[in-house]
Design a binder for this molecule. Structure first.
Ligand code: SF4
Length: 262
């Protein structure tokens, strides 16, 4: 779990800009994510660096998310930690809905590493052939199943380094599994979280890792278990990439995006 340095006790405290970025200047990613116009094109102008969020503002934002949706759920269907791991590996460059469509048939047939290996790569490919990059993903799922059996007693390991050592699994996979399967306070940054972190100005960053570390730094610990899902759902259904629904946004008064429509 990432170490926290953020104090959440002083309501007027201002969260400092990301380390390494002078004067809290807006990052290129923030510019890209934050100035996409109605047609999804860059607006072509740089705006002044947004005022950093205060501790009280971040707390207020997540209090509103929590009040609106106290128990947010991820949308990747799974039966246990192993099938969650497989679903996340399959979800790279694919939609959750597309993955769910395939795994609804796959997981009843193979919900453990042993059963997945017994199923074999050819039959696995048939189950997932509607998902992009399915050949590579089938190879990885069989290989990671073999590794789980050989090195981890058939269980999904509980450390980031061990999960990242599995074929097809990267940092985002580890963060999702650690959070959803084991309740760790990790922050997986997908395209939605990356956009929301930058556009709102809550956690600007040029890379997913920068946004992840900034979010971990600013979000109060009591919200971290569900923060990943609140931000994904916010990006997926409200803060849409091309046409954000600012008029119904729960945090539209807090958002720093110069082009918000309210
Ligand atoms: S007001 Fe809300 S929906 Fe609009 S850009 Fe900001 S966070 Fe996104």
């Amino acid at each position: 779990m990432a170490k926290r340095t953020h104090s959440s006790t002083t309501s007027a405290k201002v969260i400092s800009p990301k380390p390494g970025r002078k004067n809290g200047a807006t990052s290129p990613a923030a510019t890209r994510a934050g100035t996409a116009g109605k047609a999804g094109k860059p607006a072509g102008k740089r705006t002044a660096a947004p005022r950093p969020w205060t501790v009280a503002e971040v707390r207020e934002a997540f209090s509103r998310f929590a009040a609106a949706n106290p128990e947010p759920r991820g949308e990747l269907e799974h039966l246990n930690p192993f099938t969650l791991l497989v679903a996340v590996v399959l979800s790279a460059q694919a939609t959750d809905a597309g993955v769910n469509k395939a795994t609804r048939n796959l997981f009843p047939a193979a919900d453990t590493p042993d059963k997945m290996v017994a199923l074999g790569e050819d039959r696995l490919r048939d189950f997932i052939k509607t998902i992009g990059l399915y050949r590579t993903k089938a190879k990885n799922v069989i290989a990671l199943s073999r590794k789980l059996i050989a090195e981890f007693g058939g269980e999904v390991p509980r450390t980031r380094a061990e999960i990242e050592s599995l074929p097809g699994a990267g940092r985002k996979t580890a963060n999702v599994v650690l959070n959803m399967a084991f309740g760790e306070h990790t922050m997986a940054v997908d395209t939605h979280v990356f956009r929301v972190g930058n556009r709102t100005g809550m956690a600007p960053g040029r890379t997913p890792l920068e946004v992840e570390l900034n979010l971990e730094r600013v979000i109060p610990p009591e919200f971290m278990l569900h923060a990943h899902h609140w931000l994904i759902l916010h990006g997926r259904y409200t803060c849409l990439a091309r046409k954000p629904r600012c008029e119904v946004c729960l945090i539209n008064d807090l958002c720093r995006w110069p082009e918000k429509t309210v």
